[in-house]
Design a protein around this ligand. Structure first.
Ligand code: HEC
Ligand code: HEC
Ligand code: HEC
Ligand code: HEC
Ligand code: HEC
Length: 445
């Protein structure tokens, strides 16, 4: 009797709160644009933080050229042809244009129309999050806009707003709510926070903030107390300086001197030294990381060395070939007899570190919402080392003398043939050299 008297009001309040605190899909159309302040309203005091955020991908999550192409030309068009995909296409905005999603304004106006969708993942989106609902996936954050701005620090004072400390600002679930994604077929098409959780950094309590919002001495506003301030830089794959050296490579040849009709055995070790998750992570369907090894003899003749296959299931997707893929782009683009575009666009025989996404025909896709299954996961995990071997039977025409072998580890945000086909600006298909190493050996007659 006594127990139920205490429990009933608690249940009542819980039901009431559950109705007000919408998260994920349910939050669509529950707010107005005017419930949220513009980033410019924060800029006058949080000067450096604003500038950092403005330069980061967070502020471009809706306006960025490739996002616009994929959302409007592929996702929205696909959902018009097949209404099954409508919730998924609306859901893009839950992470890329959260304000429009909350306001129920989907699809939002195109970026050139200058609507508030362009604010992307804004200050007020993050700093009005009070928690994450159940699983951290598919924009499952709870938004409570208003005078109170939530953060990681207790007891701060501001003339513009109330500040309050919230545990979620010290938890990776805040990031995971947008950096893990499950598509309409229940496939995890993004799992950065889950990869972190399984890896060594979670055990050591080294969270996303340490590497993506590093602390520096200073003040977050002119009237602030001096202390360690979280820098809102959010560097990732769009910053070559973040990519360079993230994977360390070393190479050796088992023999120093080889007869001209002999065999060179070259080994390359690749160590994910810097990322708290796999490389590549995030938009894995787009990203390509590959190891390209070439040798040059005394006469300047260049030879390309294909990697030795290891024989695991699905390995064919990790060795570059001339095969075609991405045929499902024909559906939204309304193309007939479309054979696809080259799957890799990198020298055949190179090792590719990736996880392929497959459509319902078992063909590789970059349309993550249309993914029915995932292939072999041959990415490099946090602090993992992979070893690749190149057994090279020296060619007949090789010149005796010094041979220089050069290994390059290259990264591309979007597989080049797709970038070219969809006319995505150059920058997205640019090759970033993450690392390189060389060695020499002698060939004798
Ligand atoms: C008039 C100046 C001013 C404006 C405008 C302003 N703030 Fe602040 N804000 C402050 C000051 C001062 C602090 C306290 C900083 C300190 O002492 O470290 C603060 C602290 C914060 C914190 C830290 C809270 C915590 O507990 O860790 C957040 C988050 C924040 N502001 C967000 C915002 C957002 C979002 C906006 C725009 C919608 C904004 N602020 C606009 C002055 C301002
Ligand atoms: C130990 C440092 C470290 C930690 C911890 C870490 N990261 Fe990273 N992150 C990196 C490095 C280095 C890169 C650049 C290499 C790359 O793009 O894969 C990166 C890249 C990224 C990218 C860009 C990926 C792409 O392909 O565009 C995202 C997004 C990201 N991290 C999110 C997170 C999130 C979310 C967490 C926490 C769950 C996290 N990171 C934890 C170091 C870290
Ligand atoms: C992706 C979510 C996200 C966005 C977007 C974001 N912040 Fe933050 N902000 C955080 C997190 C998380 C922390 C706490 C980090 C920590 O302490 O490690 C933080 C900390 C802060 C602090 C306290 C800094 C300190 O360490 O004293 C201020 C002030 C702040 N943010 C203002 C802003 C403003 C202004 C913007 C927009 C220009 C903005 N934030 C955009 C997530 C975000
Ligand atoms: C409201 C959703 C949302 C939240 C919360 C969020 N992110 Fe992001 N983040 C995005 C989106 C969307 C992008 C991709 C922008 C683009 O390229 O279109 C992104 C991009 C990034 C990038 C840049 C990747 C690159 O390729 O350069 C990093 C790094 C990153 N986020 C880290 C974090 C961290 C750390 C947190 C937690 C403090 C966090 N994010 C929280 C939505 C979010
Ligand atoms: C659960 C949150 C979430 C949802 C839903 C989501 N995205 Fe993303 N998207 C992200 C994050 C986070 C990144 C950045 C990942 C990274 O850096 O690799 C991203 C990256 C991208 C990129 C690559 C950006 C680049 O510059 O390389 C494109 C394009 C994109 N998303 C389009 C879409 C489309 C279209 C949809 C809907 C079908 C969608 N996204 C749904 C969170 C989401």
């Amino acid at each position: 009797m006594k127990k139920s008297m205490i429990l009933l009001p608690i249940i009542f309040v819980a039901v009431l709160l559950a109705n007000i605190w919408h998260a994920g899909e349910e939050a669509k159309g529950t707010r107005n644009y005017s419930d949220y302040e513009k980033p410019e309203a924060c800029a006058s005091c949080h000067i450096d933080i604003y500038r950092q955020w403005k330069r980061s991908m967070m502020s471009q999550s809706f306006t960025h050229h490739w996002d616009e192409i994929e959302y409007f030309d592929l996702a929205v068009k696909h959902s018009t042809k097949d209404p099954f995909f409508k919730p998924a296409a609306d859901g893009c905005n839950g992470c890329h244009a959260p304000l429009s999603f909350l306001a129920g304004d989907v699809p939002p106006p195109r970026p050139h129309e200058g609507s508030r969708a362009n604010e992307g993942v804004s200050c007020d989106i993050c700093h009005t999050i009070t928690g994450v609902h159940e699983e951290a996936v598919n924009f499952s954050w709870i938004s409570q806009p208003g005078r109170t701005k939530y953060g990681a620090k207790p007891g701060l004072e501001s003339p513009h707003h109330i500040t309050a400390e919230k545990e979620i600002f010290r938890q990776t679930e805040l990031c995971g709510s947008c950096h893990n994604e499950k598509n309409p077929f229940g496939i995890y098409v993004k799992s950065t926070q889950m990869e972190w959780l399984e890896g060594p950094y979670a055990k050591e309590d080294v969270k996303c903030f340490v590497c993506h919002m590093p602390k520096a001495k200073g003040k977050s506003a002119p009237m602030a107390v001096e202390g360690e301030v979280a820098q809102h830089v959010f560097l990732g794959a769009h910053k070559p300086s973040k990519l360079r050296g993230a994977i360390e490579i070393s190479m050796h040849c088992l023999e120093n001197e080889i007869p001209y009709d002999g065999v060179a055995t070259i080994q390359v070790e690749l160590f994910n030294a810097k990322a708290g998750h796999k490389i590549p992570t995030g938009s894995v369907e787009d990203r390509i990381l590959w190891l390209d090894v070439t040798a040059v003899d005394e006469e300047g003749k260049t030879y390309h060395l294909p990697v030795d296959p290891k024989g695991f299931d699905g390995e064919e997707y990790t060795i570059a070939s001339e095969e075609l893929a991405y045929k499902d782009m024909a559906i939204p683009l309304g193309l007939e007899n479309f054979a696809g575009v080259p799957r890799d666009g990198v020298p055949a025989g190179d090792r590719i570190f990736r996880m392929p996404y497959f459509d319902d025909q078992g063909v590789m896709t970059i349309m993550q919402w249309n993914t029915r299954s995932l292939g072999v996961d041959y990415r490099i995990g946090p602090r993992e080392t992979k070893i690749e071997t190149f057994t090279w039977e020296l060619p007949d025409d090789i010149a005796a003398g010094k041979i220089t072998v050069h290994a390059k580890l290259n990264y591309q945000k979007l597989v080049k043939p797709v970038a070219d086909f969809l006319k995505v600006p150059e920058e997205e298909g640019e090759i970033v050299q993450m690392n390189e190493v060389s060695l020499e050996f002698e060939v004798y007659d």
